[in-house]
Design a protein around this ligand. Structure first.
Ligand code: HEM
Length: 546
């Protein structure tokens, strides 16, 4: 933008210099124009990086950290922090009632994040479409999640949200009962195998790896209608053929997208600012191959399913009652008269990529943190087990909804370990929120932990893991904006009921079959990261004596 501005100004200046009235017309040389251009560009950049945020910005009086690096603001502190949310929580606790906190990032760019409930309500609900995903975030997300709901704005977002809402309705989610139950049982078999392979007494799992595979299995069945069986003991060979096409696997592909190592991670984040995928690194080669593979597989799946449904419908043989997966649902609804009539293949593909990505890491992380808490808190485990005693062998959605402690436990995990660390916006117009005038083009971060860990809302015991707090909510704790790990407003997570049902089914099954006894070693929280991922978390368990 600044480049274009300076180029335009230089062109005008050169033109005017050529035509000074009363003077002989002498064209300005290319060298002088270039020097003029660079001088102006330097002045503009100097103003933007060093002067604007300090002396001119209307946001300069907002509270925020002051220990800024002269050029990178808080960017390096973010990278050095224990987790992606540490600094948001720290600053929130210094100003728990503020509408917004301002911090500086790379090149002293200003970023705001809402703190109090009113500012959250305004930003998420009433000004939802006045804040859009910033360009850097779009570039990163588009790579792995395609052009789906997350990237859509305004009318396009509203139309697609309406179209897809049906597939995430309670009626449709209940159809997933057998899928969730089967995967919960597979996980138990896998845990038993880990015990057998260890010493027949106890076993351990790497939580994020195991749950990533289990959730991918579920997403395969529930979203794509494809059996993957990554955590089914004794199925290692089948896993290959179930991946539809040789060359890669869903698990390998998502491992490359969500857990890039070293340079792979740098390239992923840097790509938001400057194109990096053309650089001759092995990490890029692997990324592009996995992405190409995934796109091919999903495109073929859409075509095959469309062919199947259209042919069977034309022959009058198609029965749709049993269809459980999202691909089939959308294919059925794309037939004449359906709510998805006219959906293009690229839009369809975008939604699939997005659902697979959005529902994968978040749910796996929530399960990992659940096991961490259970292993460290035997009393909480006892209370949960006690409640699960009356549960039928194959619990339905309704059975699980009747369990208040399981609900409270799940919410408390989401409160203290919100799987979504931050999601990003930029204002696309001037707005006024809680008395703060925010000009167009300002970056706004939303970090669920800012409200979930706010002592002004949750009290002095905000840092204690206490499921019983959900039985005595008062005041601000009752606001939907106090508890928003799934966000809120028109862009609230479309998969939240799906995720809660899936996670509760798995927790119920593993807690009534195993005792989680310890956390085996130290672990780190991946940073930077859009999700709260405990890297290297290993939990030890034994079979529960019945
Ligand atoms: C514990 C699990 C989950 C958590 C914590 C979570 C959290 C979130 C959050 C915070 C957002 C808002 C992001 C933003 O506005 O930028 C979101 C959006 C979204 N989530 Fe989830 N999610 C979870 C599971 C799922 C699942 C299972 C699916 C799909 C199967 C899913 C699909 C989506 C989609 C498509 C959006 C974009 C919605 C829109 O912009 O209209 N999520 N999620």
């Amino acid at each position: 933008m600044d480049l274009i501005l300076c180029a335009g100004v230089t062109a005008v200046e050169s033109l005017l210099a050529n035509n000074i009235p009363g003077q002989e017309s002498r064209p300005v040389s290319g060298k002088i124009s270039l020097a003029l251009f660079f001088a102006q560009y330097f002045v503009v950049k100097f103003y933007r990086i060093f002067l604007y945020h300090r002396y001119f910005s209307p946001l300069r009086h907002l509270p925020g950290p002051t220990d800024n690096h002269f050029l990178f603001g808080q960017a390096l502190n973010f990278l050095k922090a224990e987790s992606p949310t540490t600094l948001y929580v720290k600053w929130m606790r210094e100003h728990p009632d503020a509408p917004f906190i301002r911090y500086l990032t790379w090149c002293n760019t200003e970023v705001l994040f809402p703190v109090n409930l009113n500012a959250h309500r305004e930003v998420l609900q009433f000004q939802c479409y006045s804040l859009q995903k910033p360009a850097w975030f779009l570039r990163i997300v588009k790579e792995v999640a395609g052009h789906g709901l997350i990237l859509m704005e305004g009318e396009e977002h509203k139309a697609h949200r309406k179209m897809l809402g049906g597939s995430f309705s309670l009626k449709n989610i209940r159809k997933l009962e057998p899928i969730f139950q089967e995967k919960a049982r597979d996980l138990c078999s896998y845990f038993n195998q880990c015990i057998r392979e260890n010493d027949n007494q106890t076993g351990t799992i790497d939580c994020t790896t195991t749950f990533s595979k289990a959730i991918l299995d579920i997403m395969g069945s529930a979203i794509l209608g494809v059996k993957l069986d990554y955590v089914k003991p004794g199925e290692e060979k089948a896993e290959q053929s179930n991946d539809l096409k040789a060359g890669c696997s869903f698990h390998e592909a998502y491992d490359i997208f969500f857990s890039p190592k070293g340079i792979g991670k740098v390239l992923l984040f840097a790509n938001g600012f400057i194109p990096t995928r053309w650089l001759p690194f092995d990490a890029n080669r692997k990324f592009l191959f996995a992405m190409g593979w995934l796109n091919d597989v999903l495109r073929n799946l859409i075509r095959e399913r469309t062919r199947h449904v259209s042919t069977a419908t034309a022959e009058g043989k198609y029965e749709s009652n049993d269809s459980r997966d999202l691909v089939t649902f959308v294919v059925e609804e794309s037939l004449p008269g359906g709510i998805a009539e006219g959906i293009g293949e690229n839009e369809f593909l975008g939604h699939l990529l997005e659902f697979m990505a959005a529902g994968h890491d978040t749910s796996a992380n929530m399960l990992s943190w659940s096991l961490y808490i259970l292993a460290l808190n035997p009393d909480i485990q006892d209370a949960l087990l006690e409640e699960l005693k009356g549960l039928p062998a194959e619990p339905t959605y309704n059975d699980l909804e009747r369990l208040p402690y399981l609900e409270a436990f799940s919410k408390e995990v989401l409160r203290m370990y919100s799987p979504s660390t931050t999601y990003h916006r930029a204002t696309n117009t001037d707005i006024i929120v809680d008395g703060v005038h925010i000009p167009s083009g300002v970056l706004v971060d939303l970090a669920p932990s800012v409200t979930l860990m706010n002592p002004k809302i949750w009290g002095d015991d905000v840092d204690n893991f206490d499921p019983t707090r959900w039985q005595r909510l008062t005041g601000d704790q009752l606001s939907p904006y106090a508890f928003s790990p799934f966000s809120n407003g028109p862009r609230i997570c479309i998969g939240r009921a799906f995720a809660m049902f899936e996670i509760k089914t798995i927790l119920a099954e593993i807690v009534r079959n195993f005792r989680f006894v310890s956390v085996d070693n130290g672990f780190t929280i991946e940073n930077p990261g859009f999700t709260l991922r405990p890297h290297g978390l290993r939990v030890r368990f034994e079979e529960l004596k019945k």
